[in-house]
Design a protein around this ligand. Structure first.
Ligand code: PLP
Length: 392
């Protein structure tokens, strides 16, 4: 099979919609266009039935029950609803939240806003491997702690936090535990009870579904979790999230969940093998390459590496037929090294030299082989041109 360029290897940013998902969604754009809240006719009933099927598909992926799934516009909204919704509902019980410096901005920024409103937030530091320990959480509890929020899989370095163990210490203290599992759901086995989580954020477009739709799992018993809504209106989603449901998107999210669950193990194995081939190929052929984040406790599809003496941005400019990300993010005009890599203690130079490869469902062996060749050649060429490399 001929290699098709450009190659997509940025699955942490977004994933293509699986054709099976697209096919399931298709009728809901046109003939099945009803409003799921319309109770008086077939169009509404059909839409509602489709939404409830999807709710069950998402719940099954998490080993949860349907009533615990609240549909949202994506993980950013789910994170906001979890963090601010708990804060507003339970502020009389306490005003302290624990999270981690390497969280996604969709968790960190709501926490910052709550600080302005008088809440106290502990931002736990991570080790050089990007991980925290359950004891770090234990030691940060105060009598006023109402929420702990720790992501499952980091979106830059792919490291997997010990969610089950952190959940256990939260349960002992009767503190609510939220996890942003956007990069983990559908890729790793997930069981809300086994993992001791009370709130879980996810989004369709990171698991081969469409953009603009996601969900928040909200535990209904042991303990029952209540949330202050962020969007008021028609009272959809049991009042937790008003607004006409995105039926088409929800059907897509449900189908994506079903597809992911059916193949979760074999897909993990296949993607892990591709990632290992990529990792070994690069490490064997390029000198001075450093892996960012824990070597083994990481998502199968993630490889985040720094190529010393080469700027990530220059590397990306030299390789325009492979879509990956660099660890330098453009934030309002300037290029800043990633705050996640900084938190690991990675030097500024190596942070600027970092590349995030995100492998997924549609990558092939041929693409990985081509990627190894392209990076090897391009790094060598850039280093030859680099005065820093000559003297190194
Ligand atoms: C992508 C991502 C988000 C944001 O999800 P959206 O659906 O795009 O709002 C939040 N958290 C993590 C970890 C992500 O990877």
């Amino acid at each position: 099979m001929a290699l098709k360029l450009p190659i997509y290897m940025d699955y942490h940013a977004t994933t293509p919609c699986d054709p099976r998902v697209f096919e399931a969604m298709s009728p809901y754009f046109t003939e099945k266009f009803g409003n799921a809240s319309s109770r008086s006719h077939q169009f509404g009933w059909d839409a509602e039935e489709a939404v409830e099927t999807a709710r069950k598909q998402v719940a099954d992926l998490l080993c949860a029950s349907s009533k615990e799934i609240v549909f949202t516009s994506g993980a950013t909204e789910s994170d906001n609803l979890a963090v601010k919704g708990i804060a507003e509902k339970y502020y009389e019980r306490g005003d302290h939240i624990i999270t981690v410096v390497t969280e996604h901005k969709a968790v960190l920024d709501p926490c910052k806003r709550l600080e302005k409103q008088g809440f106290k937030v502990t931002y736990l530091p991570v080790g050089s491997d990007g991980l925290i320990s359950p004891d770090d959480v234990k030691n940060a509890f105060t009598d006023k702690t109402i929420l702990v929020s720790v992501m499952m899989v980091n979106n830059e370095i792919g490291v997997i936090q010990p969610i089950e163990e952190i959940g256990r210490v939260c349960k002992e203290r009767e503190v609510f535990f939220h996890t942003d599992a956007t990069q983990g759901v559908g890729k790793l086995p997930f069981d809300v009870n086994k993992m001791n989580v009370d709130l879980v954020s996810l989004t369709a477009h990171k698991m081969y579904g469409p953009k603009g739709v996601g969900a928040l799992y909200v535990r209904r018993k042991d303990p029952r979790v209540a949330l202050a809504p962020m969007i008021d209106g028609g009272g959809q989603e049991r009042g937790m999230r008003s607004g006409t449901l995105n039926v088409t998107g929800i059907v897509g999210l449900g189908k994506a969940a079903e597809v992911a669950r059916a193949d979760i193990e074999s897909e993990h194995e296949r993607i892990f093998a591709l990632r290992e081939k990529l990792r070994r190929g690069i490490m064997d052929r390029v000198a001075d390459v450093y892996i960012n984040g824990h070597e083994t406790k990481r998502a199968a599809g993630n490889l985040n590496v720094s190529f010393a003496h080469v700027e990530g941005e220059s590397l990306l400019m030299g390789i325009n037929d492979i879509a990956v990300s660099s660890g330098a993010a453009c934030s309002s005009a300037s290029i800043e090294p990633s705050y996640v890599l900084k938190a690991l203690g990675v030097s500024e130079e190596l942070a600027y030299s970092s590349i995030r490869f995100g492998l997924g469902r549609f990558n092939t062996e041929e693409e990985v082989a081509y990627t190894i060749d392209r990076f090897t050649e391009t790094v060598a060429r850039l280093r030859e041109l680099s005065p820093i490399w000559e003297t190194a």
